[in-house]
Design a protein around this ligand. Sequence first.
Ligand code: HEC
Ligand code: HEC
Length: 424
Amino acid sequence: MKLAAASFAAVLGASVAVAAPLDPVESLGKSLFFDADLSVNGNQSCSSCHEPEQGFSSPMSEINAAGAVIEGSVPGRFGNRKPPSVAYASPGPVFHHTYEDGEILFVGGAFHDGRATGHQLGSVVADQALGPFVNPAEMALPSLACVVERVCGGDQKDEMEAVWGKDICEISFPTNLAQQCADPDAKIEITDEDLNARLDTAMAAIAKSIAAYEASPEVNRYSSRFDGWQAGTVEFTEEEKRGFALFEDKALCAECHVLDRGPNGEPPLLTDFTFDNLGVPKNPDVPWYTQAAFNPDGKAWIDPGLGGMLRGDPTYAAYAADLMGAQKVPTLRNINKRLAPDVARSYMHNGYFKTLEEVVHFYNTRDTLPRCEGEMKAADAMAAKCWPAPEVEATMNKDELGNLKMTPEEEADLVAFLKTLDDE
Ligand code: HEC
Ligand code: HEC
């Protein structure tokens, strides 16, 4: 149903901005997504880090231009990665493995490392929604019980009952819970089994509502110029056409940011939801390096990506070493969308790159330019005509990028094509 509506919007093309009205569960999810009361200090909602007009990524220009990691509800606490787009994440498959040319291939899950597997609630974005509320570097509530308490005791109670049944919020919360929930470091333990079961059910309903909003045609619009061009309602410039041809062929982009349609003809998502290590350098401005309380490794910290997630799983631990530093292939939809033309963006798991020109130049020349000495920002590396060492070298992909032999004109064409992917 939803996918059909989305394809319909795509067929109409960019000239008609159709966003079907939200159904009750999507509408509840939207209200939860924008609700700052669901953070410990009442100052942060999901949308603080995933702003619709910024392609559902971070709208904070100065931070994007530097460390790219957004401060949580508790001042001074930062996580270790940049917020990816929430749009087009919902079609991601439940984390699983398959085989390609006899080699194991991991697919799906949400987060850069796929650790929100979808195995718990059946959807990667529903599983993901269990994370941020209680992440100490994000919304920082001390327990998911606090989320349920605030939702059921707040503005969304009626909507919760209308969507999920009248007893969904019939929960006898411990008397001091609300007070404990104001302290991000409170240790909240609930031992009553019946109470825990009710809390779990209500929390699953909250997460599934958010997931429904994230899967709605309001979030996944398929209304870019690219969609219009595919539908035959929009003309590409010659530059954009050349860029598309490069994307598909010489530049190898579509090997991972795939252009295949979905099983029911859904427009391409520009990701195959697999994982790869591109050899992106460290972003020296990431504030995580100085979060001593959470990051004992300090400056030496290396983002393990998929390898880090696999090493904690007994079935998959044997594959972890080969996948250290592999990050999920993100969608490229909305890749240039901004709240205002001068708002900065950042790219890759650590936000190392700030412009699409830098990204494309990196794919083209990673292995042909000399190594910069030490760490360097992307803009400085561009000027110095070198690239810093990769964050993780051992597992870096050397087959599909690094020496694409593109001319400066071809790089510009490719960037022009990437800029057609923003929803209107
Ligand atoms: C402080 C900023 C911040 C807040 C608040 C926040 N997020 Fe995120 N979000 C991130 C970061 C950073 C990541 C990537 C983390 C990782 O990969 O380890 C992320 C990842 C995601 C993803 C995964 C996308 C993908 O393609 O895998 C989804 C979906 C998402 N967030 C939804 C939400 C929802 C829903 C909320 C509110 C309940 C929320 N976020 C609150 C920063 C934030
Ligand atoms: C081998 C698979 C692969 C190929 C080929 C590839 N990419 Fe990527 N792309 C990725 C992965 C994986 C990431 C995320 C890496 C990270 O976070 O460190 C990514 C990230 C990006 C990003 C940043 C997205 C964001 O939201 O931060 C852009 C832009 C991008 N790719 C464009 C391209 C272009 C243009 C090409 C062709 C020149 C290309 N990619 C080729 C796998 C690939």
